[in-house]
Structure formats: structure tokens, C-alpha cells
Design a binder for this molecule. Structure first.
Ligand code: SF4
Ligand code: SF4
Length: 105
């Protein structure tokens, strides 16, 4: 198969972000399929997950990590893969939502 390379000005425009701050409006966590569930008993607060999170969705201080910011966490699972202490478990959102509904009665 061969491809014809186009000059830049012939490439169709895909999308344009016209204003700054769009990440404040678009809560990327809404498309998450898997949720990183934190097992606090295993977490040593080494902050490795924070270093790897591509969405800056793990709030930390230099000494401590806090619960994930689910408004923006996309559920990519990198944090769970990189955690050296198995303190993060990727759980299907549907499973969590059903459990929450059951608890409501
Ligand atoms: S990488 Fe694992 S042990 Fe380290 S702070 Fe994150 S969840 Fe806790
Ligand atoms: S699942 Fe991905 S986006 Fe969410 S906290 Fe982990 S690394 Fe960040």
C-alpha cells in the first residue's frame, strides 16, 4: 500500500480549541470505564502514581497522596500498573455504580 503525502496546507482541520481553560469545562472523568480504587492499607505514599498520571488527577503533598480526582481521571490504569505496592486496583465503573445503587436500596 502506498500513501501520498500532502503538504500541511492541504491537510483538513480536525478540531480547534479556541479558548484557554477548556479542561475546566470538559470533565474528562465522565468517559472513564475503569476506576482506580485505592487500597489505603497498602499505600506507602511513595507518590510514584502521581509522577506517572498523565492527567494530573492525583492530588498530593510532598508527604501524602489523597483520593484520585474522579472529575478528571480517565481510567487509563497507568497509576495501577506503576504502583509498586499493588495499592491501586482498576475496577469497572459499572460494577461500582451497581453496588452504589444496591446500597441505596
Ligand atoms: S504508587 Fe501506590 S503506594 Fe505509591 S502513592 Fe501511589 S498508590 Fe500509594
Ligand atoms: S487511571 Fe490514569 S488518569 Fe486516572 S489517576 Fe490513574 S493514571 Fe491518572
Amino acid at each position: 500500500m502506498s500513501y501520498e503525502l500532502k503538504p500541511w496546507h492541504e491537510i483538513p482541520i480536525g478540531s480547534i480549541v479556541t479558548e484557554a481553560g477548556s479542561s475546566k469545562i470538559n470533565h474528562t472523568g465522565s468517559w472513564r470505564m475503569l476506576r482506580p480504587v485505592l487500597h489505603t492499607d497498602k499505600c506507602t505514599h511513595c507518590l510514584i502514581c502521581w509522577i506517572f498520571c498523565p492527567d494530573d488527577s492525583i492530588p498530593v503533598t510532598p508527604q501524602e497522596r489523597f483520593e484520585t480526582d474522579f472529575e478528571y481521571c480517565k481510567g487509563c490504569g497507568i497509576c495501577a500498573t506503576e504502583c509498586p505496592y499493588d495499592a491501586l486496583e482498576m475496577v469497572p465503573e459499572m460494577e461500582i455504580k451497581l453496588k452504589e445503587l444496591e446500597e441505596l436500596g
